[in-house]
Structure formats: C-alpha cells, structure tokens
Design a protein around this ligand. Sequence first.
Ligand code: F6R
Length: 604
Amino acid sequence: MCGIVGYIGGKDALPILIEGLKHLEYRGYDSAGVAILGETLSVVKTQGRIADLEKKLKGKTFKGSVGIGHTRWATHGAPNDKNAHPHYSESKNIVVVHNGIIENYLELKKMLIKEGHTFRSETDTEVIAYLIESFYEGDLLKAVSKAVNMLEGSFALGVMSKDEKNRFVAVRKDSPLVVGIGKGENFIASDIPAVLPYTKDVIILENGDIAEVKRDGVNLFDLKLNPIKRNVQKITWSVDDAKKGGFKHFMLKEIFEEPHVIREAMRGRVNGDEIEIPELESDILKGINRVYFVACGTAYHAGVVGKYLAEKFLKIPAEAEVASEFRYRDPLVDKNTLLFVISQSGETADTLAALRLGKKKGAKTIGIVNVVGSSVSRETDRVVYINAGPEIAVASTKAYVAQVEVIALTILYLAKLLNKLSPEEEKRFANEFKLLPEKAEEILKQSDRIAEFAYTTKNIEETFYIGRNLDYALSLEGALKLKEISYVHAEGYPAGELKHGPLALVTPKSLIIAIDTYAPLREKTLSNIKEVKARGGKVLAIASEGYEKIKEVADKVFFVPQTLNELSPVISVIPLQLIAYYIAESRGLDIDKPRNLAKSVTVE
Ligand code: F6R
C-alpha cells in the first residue's frame, strides 16, 4: 500500500502535491518523492516521511504546474532513497509513481536488461518506466496502454512525459485511484482526502480504466483505448472522515479492507493451480526436524494456526510459543530447527529477542512480517511479507488475516517441497485460495446483523470463546480482540476443556461464543454447546454455511461461507473482529487507541 497523487492546472504543482501526500501518509511513510514538470523536469525524493521530503525541498524553487507524487510503503526493495518513487527511464522522458505489486516484474526486468537497460533500484516499479519508454513514439497515452497490457499484478499509476506538458496519464487495476475534477485543474490520488481540499467532485476509477488528465478536462478509456464514461460523484464527507474512508474508525476500515488484503497476500504465490513461495529456496527444510512459531499477541495466535498446519502437512513436530516465554526458557533449538518469527511491525522487543536466541542456537529462521525493512525482516534468514499495508488501529485485524493466509501458503508450499502435498491437493487449495476474497466480502455483508447482535449484548461482563483445532486458535484471537477494545473479560478455551473448570463460571449471564467451522470436529463442539446451554449460558455460534443443525442448539448463529477446513481461519475471524468492534462501539470506547496499549511494543 502506497499513496500516489497527481496535479495539472494553473497553479504551482509542488504545494498541492505535498498537501495531497500528507493526507495519504497513513498509506505508508518509508519514503516520499515528487516529480514536477515545468520548463524542465525535476525529481526529488528521499527516504523517510513527507516532512523529510519538505526538508530536502526547502530553499529550492520548482516551477511547474504539472506533477506527480508518492509516499511509499515498501514491498520490493528496502526503504531507501534509491527505491523511493518517482522512478524514471534512463532518458528521464518517462516518470512513474506506482501503488501495487507487479508480479511479473522479474521476467520483464530480465527482458529489459537484455535490451540494454540498466536498473538503478530494486523495485518492481522501475520496469514500468522502462517499458513505457520502449513503447513511446510521441504519444504517452498509447505507450501507457501498450505497457500496462504487459503487466501482471496490481497497480495504480501516475505517468508523466517530459515531452508532454499538457497532460499526464493515470491507470488503475486492483489498487485504488480517484480523479478529482476541478475548474481549470484536475487531480489524481489513491484516496479521496488528498483531493478534498480542492474539489468535492471525484470519479472513482474502476479496474482497467485509463485516464488522460489535462488542465481543462479528463478523458477516460479502457485498456484498449476505447473511450468510456464514469459518473462524477459529489463527496460530502469532511477530510477527517474521508481519511477513514467514511468509516467511523480505522479498525472498521481495516476490517473492510480484508478482501483486498487476502488478494494481495496471495499475489505471485498462487499461480494457476500452483502454490509457490518464491522467497524460499527449495532445500530450506533440509535436515529440519522441529518447527517453532514465535510471536506475541495476535501474531502469536496466527502462530497457533501455523502449529496445527505444520503438524498436519509437514508431519514435523511443531510448537507455537509466546516470544516472551520462549526467550527466557532453554528451548530445544538447534541447526535442525526451523523458527517462524511472526510480527506485523517487525519491531516487537520480545519477538526480536526470541529470534536472536533462536539464531544463536543455530536455527534457520523465516520472518512472516508486514513492515518491509523492519528489524525482524532484516534479521531473519528469509522473509515472506504479508503485504497487508499499514495497520493504524492498535488492535490488529487485517494483519492477522494476512498472517494466517501467508502461513497457510508457506506450509502448503513446504509440504509440496517434501512431496507431502499431491498435485491434486495443491490444485484444490490453490483454487480455494482464489475464492477467499469473495467469501470475505460475503461475511462483511452481514455486518449490520452482527452490529445489531453486538448492541443487544453490550452489557455483558464475561465471555468465553470456545472451539476445537483451528477453531480453538480462532477462539484465542476472538477473545483477545474483545478484551483489548471493549474491556470485557474474555477467554479463549479449547471447547473440550470447558468442563474441566470454566464451566463452573457459566450462568445465565454468560455469553459463550462457539466457533464451529472445523468440520471433522463440529459434532464434538456441538455437544460442548449443549453442555453450556444446560447450565443456562447464552451461546452465539459461528458456523459454516449448511450446518443448519446448530440453529436448534445455539441462541444465535452467524454463518460463514464454506471453505477448506485448513483455510477457515482466514475468513472465520472476520465475524469475531466485527463482534469485538461493535461491542466496543456500542460502549462508546476509543476503539483505535484502547487504554494502556500501544501499536508496537518495543520494550519487553
Ligand atoms: C492485538 C495486537 C497485539 C500485537 C502484538 C505483536 O490486536 O495488535 O497483540 O499482535 O503486540 O505485534 P507485532 O505483530 O507487531 O509483533
């Protein structure tokens, strides 16, 4: 997730681009840059935030009323000056800003190197500038359309040519992009807040739309350059509301981003019927006889999913460990151990210490990380990024979804390397992964019903989340979400363990949230629900569609679309996140910044 902006009009472009980028900084702040076209073309970029870019620009004048800008959330290549956008072709005729991931960039890069180009950065974006340049014959629009037809992956692009001072071009596929319509001036941006200070009239581009943006108008085309029309919408939100995309809190916005996040996390990893993790070499499991997942909080809960999957598919003993415990034990780790280190921020102190301990003992390490260039990503032997984009709400939601998805992909890929996953099974999983974004959308459509339930439940004092196998892993995460933002005591428990103690606490005032999506054990969990009901407890069940029987037992059921048992956590966590969110919201709490908590815990 990065932010892009573009301007053409009668004013100086620079202050408008900077202001726009500030509104997009929530999308990433690893580096920032602008390109301004006037008499000459100037490109200024730097590692760091927009404030660092402003420092670099101080005292210099850049005259020009056309420009594009970028704020980066690194995906390919470290966050440094050289990888900062805009990127440009050698002749500096073509300048590009990009949000998204180009899946086939390595192939394209090889082809362009053969043609004699020299690359300056490690990014996927640089190939786009060179590709457009190679098609450029005096018409930027045509060159862009030819180039984007060769790109696989997701992109929102702003493209300028030094030789064309009266227009720039924008394209969108699977990454957001809006066009702001002004008077004698027009804009593009990754999100509405960046254009709102200048205009309330916007066109939300759709996949495959190309925009030719001029001072006096905007022309829209499909990828083959056939003219198309899109409605202009009037935005009535304030800038502050718009930053949250119209959602009341970042947490809710991030939950609603999950279908997109699921798609991005599998990009380049699910290809046709195959699952592949290009970041991992094929002999990574050589000699491995033990697997650990270490992490804290929500990331640890993703690790619990990893433990179940690793045991099942790799047939190697696997453990999930809370990093703050692991680091102070004498864990049985040696050179035959594979240590998965899971962290959204990549900076959690205990997680880092556990990683360093593991390395000292000789373990091979794989980071499952969101923030590119973070400490965990730098210190692990290999890193598989989850590509969830910046997470702003303290309570982690979309990162968890991407973590469990990437862990599942990684374990299945490793199983394939060990010949423990047949081509038929691989195909079945690959095809099911592709359906997950739509299934997540289906769940989000139930959000009003979930909110209604949460509002009627807002005064509960205690909850138990129960489940078996992967549903147990989910119950841990459901309970954590509820306690951290709504301050209601909640515990995640293995459903079969309830009668060994906690059942004593169940009264008609208790709410039990039973997760029952794991088909091989669903009848067992159903029996546990009956035990709760017999003690007068109230039960909300989260079950897979088609398991109608559960309606006769539970007080309320939210169904989630059926998927393969092993992939259920990716989508079945969504109702749990929504329940926590709406209970906290009905209690009027500060959801994005819950008391006593911080987004990144860099002290032990
Ligand atoms: C809970 C939450 C925390 C983090 C934990 C680890 O919603 O966000 O439990 O998961 O502090 O953080 P990272 O993943 O950054 O290492």
